[in-house]
Unconditional design. Structure first.
Length: 93
């Protein structure tokens, strides 16, 4: 339920900032792709990074968590980067 409420607010905010209401469907489709595509790409890329760096770490130390440390570090970096980018949105045109 909470995710659906947040998503409804997101859709309402996006509809408020669209430049041309006549092209709302096209703009919403682009927005949907922008939300979905990173999720589709992150899974195989993150899995590959995790696997490669786990092997590297475990070659040095059997209890190594290098792959997980790298994946969570990259995710944390993108969280900070996205927060910084959103902070610089000036407003609706």
């Amino acid at each position: 339920p909470a995710c659906a409420m947040r998503q409804a607010v997101d859709f309402a905010m996006v509809l408020d900032v669209l430049p041309d209401p006549a092209h709302a469907a096209k703009d919403m489709a682009v927005w949907s792709i922008a939300l979905t595509l990173p999720q589709m790409l992150a899974t195989p890329i993150g899995g590959g990074l995790l696997d490669v760096f786990q092997r590297i770490g475990r070659a040095r130390h059997p209890e190594s968590k290098l792959g997980y440390q790298l994946v969570f570090s990259v995710a944390s970096f993108y969280l900070v980067l996205s927060s910084w980018l959103v902070k610089h949105i000036k407003g609706v045109k």
